[in-house]
Design a protein around this ligand. Structure first.
Ligand code: FUC
Length: 825
């Protein structure tokens, strides 16, 4: 191997360990310009508006909104299990389920549909809907209020969120002193931490207290720099506790007013906050231990550890997830070491405050626009890490952040798009671990979900309908245009199967995915009915989410059920459950897959051709088969055209999550420019100044969906071929990305220019044939990175095929010598 060969292999190889990184910097860095992908967003003022301007931090279980007032700072915080409603609620609670089976009412509706073909939602809701009681709301836990001495002439105020290390900072100057506050939410230590500092000793003076909303009892105890508040929600008796510990360097801590603490003349101060409730995800009581001991123990050990060590562990934990993916848009450089890609002081200085940056988006500064798009993509990944970590509940409609006692839609879990969308980016953007709370949650819903299946559908198995809370709500509500969504279980079960497909984890498939999928499938084996129109099996009544009338066999119902039964059949056959394979096959033979082309060339939303070309409804449910499912793709060109016709007719506008879905759909249609146009509109019209997505109001699914959509523009792996750069828009002619995940346990880095792949590094977790579909038929060379050996690469049209070994890394490079500046000889 020549020296150039050596350099080529080294510069292209990932720099996963420090030695490699240093070597890389010495050999390769001078050859290319260092890209600076900004990973901070900042404001030059405190937040006036919680929803639009606060900067979120979170550790999955807890979240806080950094507002950063100068004289008074309100750190409003949450813990996921603090909900009103549920067992013990003053209003009564029945899981949304009738005491006796309602199968007669169901049969009546089915009969009418057989006769009349369609029914107004109000009519069905009257028969099958139920008024809910004690459903509850996700609650704010409280606010840590910090009051500072009045300052004259404050200057240089900056409030920043740094996605590179998941910390927020507030800093400002007054009287020649620079004050800084740093905020973080640590997953390893289970606390929120605030660190106050100044560049002149003895300058930290403030008082702190915990403000607790008045819908609960609150006993406050203050001792040894610690404030402890405990009590119970009035509505349901849920016991809660929160404790704040203040530790100072120098100065004095004394008891303040109203159960607070006063700190005078310290050099620095750390505030550590823990919170919990006696919630347990155990049906039917949903109660566990009083939280006192756990909260106290967590805070004791965080206090013992100290802020510096806590911060170091937090950063290491967070970066072990976040740093897996880098995205540069509009530039061709690949491989700048991760540290250099982060926010150097230069990048910091250059970025405008986020509200202005967003305001100026699309007005001509391409560099700023591309950087904002990359930042927005990474913000989605940040939010997922911050709101979904193992051991707690999944990300709800607002992730983990909520400042209200009655948030929009109860800040619950809607399962007709929203909860699922929250997890769209998890696998593809290399955050597979963040799915843990979703899987725990869905498993915990099987029990109440099986009561729902029996009483509402007369079936085995389990499901939910439109929405659920943390109390195992599995029944129905009475909102006519949304309440009936019995396919929710099927959709959630698919997330288990995709987790298996991405990670090739057969143990997960056997022990966790399969039981959930089998239960969801059993329900449909029992609940499908014969459609007299064609003798095929159909869902009835069926409701295309939030749109039109009730009918039999709407497209999305059929697509979801057929996807579930197919995947369960494949899983059953892999795991040797042959009796179930046979049962599923019998049903699948007669099952309508929900894929029909209608009178104006559209993909029908209903089995009868009812689609109005004028409809701009935000749900595009009939396109489920295109994304997230894979039933429609290049192998089904007619359906693909029909899907395109439907999507075009719906238009590009929509609520936050609706736009996000359309980004992914256009990506699947390989129209990068249109996907990008919708992303641009998402940023302009469905994004709040702090980058939270808005429905309106704030709803986090739009963030997650858009992040997934961007990933889908760069890499797709739902079909036989892994598609590299399937929908790169003109605006992203050059760029690079690292660490995206493809199904089959494959990790991919790519660099592209003029929308052509320059090089890709592929790491395969399994042995076997790999098929990579590229944007063109250009010539490429494949090397194994370990020994730089050139390997055989077969080509079928734009697809390159080679045989991969588990654990090996491969480099695919464009042969055109002018196009690969880094690694060409
Ligand atoms: C679904 C959507 C609504 C909203 C709600 C939380 O019902 O149709 O637009 O996102 O969830």
């Amino acid at each position: 191997m020549t020296r150039t060969d050596n350099r080529a292999a080294l510069c292209a190889a990932p720099r996963h360990n420090l030695a490699r990184l240093l070597l890389w910097a010495a050999v390769c860095a001078p050859a290319i310009a260092v890209a600076e992908t900004p990973l901070t967003l900042h404001f030059d003022k405190p937040a006036q508006d919680w929803e639009k301007e606060s900067l979120p931090i979170g550790n999955g279980a807890m979240g806080a909104a950094v507002q950063g007032g100068i004289a008074v700072d309100h750190l409003q915080f949450n813990e996921k299990t603090l909900w009103t409603g549920g067992p013990g609620s003053q209003q009564g609670y029945d899981f949304g389920l009738p005491e006796k089976p309602r199968t007669r009412a169901l049969a009546q509706v089915q009969e009418t549909l057989r006769e009349e073909g369609r029914l107004a939602p109000e009519q069905v809701a009257e028969t099958l809907g139920r008024e809910i009681t004690g459903y509850g709301n996700y609650q704010s836990f409280g606010t840590l209020q910090l009051e500072f001495p009045r300052l004259e002439q404050v200057s240089g105020y900056r409030r920043e969120l740094d996605l590179a290390d998941a910390t927020a900072q507030v800093s400002y100057s007054a009287d020649g002193i620079r004050y800084t506050r740093e905020y973080l939410a640590s997953y390893p230590d289970g606390v929120i931490a605030v660190h106050l500092d100044a560049d002149k000793e003895g300058s930290i003076t403030f008082s702190a207290k915990l403000e607790i909303p008045d819908n609960r009892s609150a006993d406050i105890a203050v001792r040894d720099g610690r404030i402890a508040v405990r009590g119970a929600l009035k509505d349901n008796g849920l016991q809660y506790e929160t404790q704040l510990q203040i530790v100072t360097d120098g100065g004095r801590i004394t008891a303040g007013k109203n159960g607070g603490l006063r700190i005078t003349g310290a050099d620095s101060a750390s505030l550590l906050l823990a919170a919990g409730t006696d919630y347990a995800a155990d049906y039917p009581e949903y109660r566990g231990r009083n939280p006192h001991k756990a909260v106290q123990a967590r805070l004791d050990s965080a206090t013992e550890k100290g802020y510096a060590a806590l911060r170091a562990d937090h950063t290491a934990d967070y970066q072990s997830l976040f740093n897996r993916v880098d995205l540069n848009l509009g530039r061709a450089e690949l491989g700048a070491p991760r540290r250099q890609l982060r926010n150097g002081p230069q990048a910091r200085r250059k970025n405008p405050p986020i509200d202005q940056w967003l305001e100026n988006y699309g007005t001509g500064n391409q560099t700023a626009d591309r950087a904002l798009e990359a930042l927005y993509f990474q913000f989605g990944r940040y939010l997922l890490i911050a709101s979904s970590r193992a051991g707690s509940l999944p990300a709800n409609l607002q992730g983990v952040w909520n400042n209200s006692a009655t948030p929009p839609w109860n800040a619950d879990y809607h399962a007709n798009i929203n909860l699922q969308m929250n997890y769209w980016p998890a696998e593809v953007t290399n955050l597979s671990e963040t799915t843990a709370p979703l899987f725990d949650f869905v498993e915990s819903l099987q029990q109440p979900g099986s009561v729902a299946a029996q009483r509402l559908l007369g079936s085995r198995g389990w499901t939910l309908f439109l929405n659920t809370n943390i109390w195992g709500f599995s029944g129905v509500i009475d909102w006519p245009t949304a309440f009936w969504q019995p396919e929710a279980g099927a959709w959630l079960a698919d997330h288990f199967y995709q987790h298996y497909r991405f990670n090739n984890d057969e143990q997960f498939l056997r022990e966790r995915a399969y039981p959930v999928m089998k239960g969801a499938a059993q329900l449909w084996l029992d609940a499908l009915v014969k459609d007299p129109r064609d003798g095929q099996l159909a869902v009835s009544p069926s409701y295309s989410p939030e749109h039109g009338d009730f009918t039999m066999g709407a497209a999305m119902s059929q697509q979801l059920v057929s996807q579930l039964l197919r995947n369960t059949r494949d899983a059953a056959s892999l795991l040797g459950d042959t009796a179930f394979v046979a049962e599923l096959n019998r049903t699948l033979e007669n099952l309508d897959p929900g894929l029909r082309i209608g009178r104006w060339g559209q993909l029908q939303e209903w089995k009868a051709d009812l689609d109005e070309p004028e409809s701009r409804h935000r749900h595009v449910s009939q396109l489920y088969a295109l994304f997230p499912d894979d039933r429609i793709d290049a192998q089904t060109p007619d359906l693909l055209d029909a899907a395109r016709t439907s999507l075009k007719a719906r238009g590009d506008a929509g609520t936050g999550w609706s736009r996000a879905w359309k980004i992914a759909l256009w990506a699947r249609l390989r129209n990068g420019d249109r996907a990008h146009r919708i992303l641009a509109a998402q940023l302009k019209d469905s994004t709040l100044p702090n980058l939270w997505s808005t429905h309106p109001p704030f709803q986090i699914d739009g963030n997650f969906g858009a992040t997934a959509g961007v990933a889908e523009m760069l890499l797709q792996s739902h079909g036989k071929d892994i598609q590299l750069l399937p929908a790169v828009p003109e605006a992203w002619a050059s760029g690079s990305v690292t660490g995206l995940r493809a199904r089959g346990d494959i990790t991919i880095d790519m660099q592209w220019r003029e929308r052509e792949l320059q090089q890709a590094e592929i790491e395969s977790g399994r042995s076997g044939e790999l098929r990579l579909q590229l944007p063109s038929e250009n010539e490429y060379t494949l090397r194994r990175i370990g020994d730089n050996k050139i390997l055989n690469l077969r080509q079928e049209s734009t697809t390159r095929i080679f045989s991969a070994q588990a654990g090996e890394r491969y480099l695919l490079e464009a042969d055109d010598p002018n196009e690969s500046p880094v690694t060409r000889k």
